[in-house]
Design a binder for this molecule. Structure first.
Ligand SMILES: Nc1ncnc2c1ncn2[C@@H]1O[C@H](COP(=O)(O)OP(=O)(O)OP(=O)(O)O)[C@@H](O)[C@H]1O
Ligand SMILES: O=P(O)(O)O[C@H]1[C@H](O)[C@H](O)[C@H](OP(=O)(O)O)[C@@H](OP(=O)(O)O)[C@@H]1O
Length: 308
């Protein structure tokens, strides 16, 4: 199927002619918010020039009565939609669904999404890949201080909703500086050790075998003095969103150096295979003050999940 082959072209003109005879039809099912942010007119015309045509899927009509599609691209949730997609996949094995609902479900949970990353053992790949130590609390906030002590998690801790379902609430994070205030948190949640990383994060987008890395500003390091003086739980905004680009910032190369390409390629290949996803992003941070003598320790992604 054409999707597997590169759309090669010498120049736009050649692609123009080619696109008249060879189009890749992408049916999309996105929320209006996501369509607005993802399928912007400039992007749509750029894609069309490369022979890729986006067609809106009418969710009020049977999917099989629409198309034909080469690809179905979606970011909707709900049992009904997932069933529609699964039925469609059975009837149309020739169509690439990005991505299958079961694979996406795996990364909608901040515990399961990191299991594959933790399982990836990368050696001789220019760095070590790891995930922050974390603890899942499903209920009973009063149990949190004891559970944290039992698990040996070091403060400060980042508190994150356990489920990532695309709602604003699923991105409401907070930083807890002392264990007594932990019982104010609202399970179900993940508590993750805060990793000092110099205030810069690397957002790694994976689309099939293509990898794109961008730098984003992130939370600053938490020093010992701050930890000894601060107390309580503080909500923080989406500090590393697209508007927080650090690509053009004048940064210390030790902080801003991108993760090595061989590391990213190996990690992306492993995660594509383990998660069964073609579209996802990985947030990577480089641990600061790493004293384990393991060279450039790439303490990494807090999660991997579909993006757009
Ligand atoms: N363990 C951690 N150590 C240090 N900083 C962290 C950690 N986890 C999260 N952060 C900070 O919090 C921000 C948001 O964390 P995360 O990416 O897990 O949440 P999110 O809601 O999925 O974010 P996004 O806005 O990218 O969707 C990160 O960009 C980073 O600045
Ligand atoms: O930094 P970006 O814009 O890539 O962050 C995305 C993020 O990768 C996910 O796509 C989020 O979508 P949901 O998982 O559905 O929440 C985006 O959130 P949104 O509210 O802007 O759609 C982030 O922007």
């Amino acid at each position: 199927m054409r999707l597997n082959g590169e759309i090669s072209y010498e120049d736009e003109g050649e692609v123009e002619r080619e696109s008249e005879t060879q189009k890749l039809i992408v049916g999309y099912a996105l929320t209006s918010k996501k369509k607005k942010s993802f399928l912007q007119p400039k992007f749509e015309s750029f894609a069309r020039n490369k022979g890729i045509v986006f067609v809106a899927i009418d969710q009020n009509r049977p999917l099989s009565d629409q198309g034909p599609f080469d690809v179905v691209l979606h970011k909707l949730s709900g049992k009904d939609w997932c069933q529609i997609l699964e039925d469609y996949r059975q009837q149309h094995p020739e169509v690439t669904v990005l991505d299958p609902p079961d694979a996406i479900k795996h990364v909608h949970n901040r515990q399961s999404m990191l299991q594959d990353v933790a399982a990836v053992k990368l050696s001789n790949c220019y760095g070590k890949v790891d995930v922050p130590k974390q603890l899942v609390i499903k209920r009973d906030p009063s149990s949190i201080p004891g559970e944290v002590a039992k698990a040996g998690l070091k403060l400060p801790l980042v508190a994150k909703p356990l489920l990532v379902d695309g709602t604003a609430k699923s991105h409401e994070l907070s930083l807890a500086y002392d264990e007594f205030s932990l019982s104010k948190l609202e399970p179900p949640l993940v508590l993750q050790e805060f990793i000092n990383h110099g205030g810069v994060l690397f957002k790694v987008y994976v689309v099939g075998e293509a990898i794109k890395v961008v730098r984003r500003f992130s939370l600053p390091n938490v020093c010992r003095r701050e930890l000894s003086e601060a107390a309580g739980v503080f909500n923080f905004p989406r500090v590393s969103c697209a508007a927080a680009s650090a690509d053009d910032a004048d940064l210390d190369p030790c902080i801003a150096e991108l993760p090595p390409q061989p590391l990213l390629e190996k990690l992306a290949k492993e995660l594509r295979c383990r998660m069964g996803l073609q579209l996802f992003n990985i947030d990577m941070i480089r641990e600061h003050g790493n004293s384990n003598g393991m060279g450039k320790c790439q303490s990494m992604s807090r999660y991997s999940r579909t993006f757009f």
